[in-house]
Write a protein that binds this ligand. Structure first.
Ligand code: NAD
Length: 348
C-alpha cells in the first residue's frame, strides 16, 4: 500500500491511498479537527477520474465540519472515498483501507456512507478501532434513519413556526420526495401529527404502499417539485434545489433530510428571493450524525444524549431563521456564518 499526503490548503490532511495489486485507489480527507476528531462516512462508487474522487472527498469532508459543528458535536469534519463499483468491493480493499485510516491515529473516524453496509464496517473494525456504524457491540448505534427523521420532524415544526407563525402541523399539506429509510420514518411522524401528505418516489410500488397506509395523495417524481403544498420535504437526492426547480416550487418552505439540497450557494439566495423559507439541510438532518456520535464518543446513555443534542439543533435552527429574518438574507448563508464563527472562536 502506498499512502501519499497531498498538500491541500483548505484541508488539514488529505491522503491518497493506493494499492495496485488489489485495485484500490481512494482518499481520506480531514477538513478540520478544531472541534474534535474528524468524523464522516466512507463512500464507494465509480468515479470518472481520481480528480473527481478527490473533489468529492474534499467537498464532503468540509460538509461534515459544518454538519458536526451545527449539531454541537465535539467532532470535526472528514470523509473518505474509494473508487470503484461497491458491488465488487473486496475484503482486501477494505482491510487495506482500514490500515490507512490507522495511520491518522484517530484524527479521522469512519462510518457508513453510499456503497457501505454495517457488515463492511464490522470488517473494517477487525483492523481499525476508528470506525462507527457497527451492527453490534457495546456502543453500536444501529440504523441512524429514525433519529434523522425525528430531527427533521422537529425542524419542520420550527420551520412552520417561523414561516406561518405557529408550529402546529395538523391540517398542513406537506410534499415528501423520497420514501426510503428517512422518508418512511418521517411520514409516520407527519401522519401522526395530522398532516395531509403528498408522496413521491421513483419506486411506484413504495409510493402506492405508503399512500394507502397514510391516505395520502401522490405525485410523479418530477411533479412533486411543482405540487401546491405548505412545505416541500426533500428526502432523496442532492442538488434538488437548483436554478430550474426553484422557479417552479409552489410551497412556502423547504425542510428535508437529503444531503446537499442546494445545487450551488446561490440557490439559497434564490429561495430567499422567492420568499421560500429554507431550513439548511446540514442542520435539519443532523440526527443521523448525532446518533453516530454516540458510538464514536462511546456515550453510555445514548437516549439522553440524542435528546439533548436534537433539542440544541432545533434551537440552533430557530436562531438561524431569526438572524436571517433580521438580516433579510438566506438561512443557508446564516448557517454557514454561524459555524464559521464557532470555528473561529475555537481557534482564538
Ligand atoms: P434511501 O436510499 O433509503 O432512500 C432514498 C429514496 O429516494 C429511495 O426510496 C429512492 O427510490 C428515492 N429516490 C431516489 N431518487 C429519487 C427521485 N429522483 N425522486 C424521488 N425519489 C427518489 O436513503 P435514506 O437513508 O432515506 O436517505 C435519504 C436522504 O437523506 C439522502 O440524501 C441521504 O444522504 C440523506 N441523509 C440520510 C441520513 C440517514 O440517517 N439515513 C442522515 C442524513 C442525511
Amino acid at each position: 500500500m502506498q499512502i501519499t499526503r497531498l498538500a491541500t490548503p483548505t484541508h488539514e490532511t488529505v491522503l491518497r491511498v493506493h494499492d495496485a495489486s488489489i485495485g484500490l485507489t481512494g482518499f481520506i480527507a480531514v477538513h478540520s479537527t478544531k472541534l474534535g476528531p474528524a468524523a464522516g462516512g466512507l463512500r464507494m462508487r465509480p468515479y470518472d477520474s481520481e480528480d473527481a474522487a478527490l473533489t468529492d472527498a474534499l467537498r464532503l469532508s468540509e460538509g461534515m465540519t459544518y454538519k458536526n459543528a451545527a449539531a454541537g458535536l465535539p467532532l470535526g469534519g472528514g470523509k473518505a472515498v474509494i473508487m470503484g463499483n461497491a458491488s465488487q468491493k473486496t475484503s482486501a480493499q477494505l482491510l487495506t483501507f482500514a490500515r490507512a485510516i490507522n495511520t491518522l491515529e484517530g484524527k479521522y473516524w469512519t462510518a457508513e456512507d453510499m456503497g457501505m453496509s454495517p457488515s463492511d464496517m464490522a470488517l473494517l473494525a477487525t483492523e481499525t478501532k476508528y470506525v462507527a456504524g457497527l451492527p453490534d457491540g457495546p456502543h453500536a448505534s444501529g440504523d441512524p434513519s429514525p433519529i434523522t427523521a425525528r430531527g427533521i420532524f422537529e425542524s419542520i415544526k420550527v420551520t412552520a413556526k417561523h414561516r406561518f407563525g405557529n408550529n402546529v402541523l395538523t391540517g398542513r399539506t406537506i410534499a415528501v420526495q423520497g420514501l426510503g429509510h428517512v422518508g418512511t420514518y418521517l411520514c409516520e411522524f407527519l401522519h401522526e401529527a395530522g398532516v395531509n401528505l403528498i408522496l413521491a418516489d421513483i419506486d411506484a410500488k413504495r409510493v402506492a404502499e405508503l399512500a394507502a397506509k397514510y391516505n395520502a395523495q401522490t405525485a410523479g417524481p418530477d411533479d412533486i417539485l411543482t405540487v401546491k403544498a405548505d412545505i416541500f420535504v426533500p428526502c432523496a437526492i442532492g442538488a434538488i434545489l437548483n436554478k430550474d426547480s426553484i422557479g417552479k416550487l409552489n410551497v412556502a418552505a423547504v425542510c428535508g433530510g437529503a444531503n446537499n439540497q442546494l445545487a450551488t450557494a446561490e440557490d439559497g439566495v434564490r429561495l430567499h428571493a422567492r420568499d421560500i423559507l429554507y431550513a439548511p439541510d446540514f442542520v435539519a438532518n443532523a440526527g443521523g450524525i448525532i446518533n453516530v456520535a454516540t458510538e464514536v464518543l462511546a456515550i453510555d446513555n445514548r437516549a439522553a444524549y440524542v435528546d439533548e443534542k436534537l433539542a440544541a439543533v432545533v434551537d440552533t435552527l430557530g436562531r438561524i431563521f431569526s438572524r436571517a429574518k433580521t438580516l433579510d438574507c438566506s438561512p443557508a448563508d446564516v448557517a454557514v456564518a454561524i459555524v464559521d464563527e464557532m470555528l473561529a472562536d475555537k481557534a482564538a
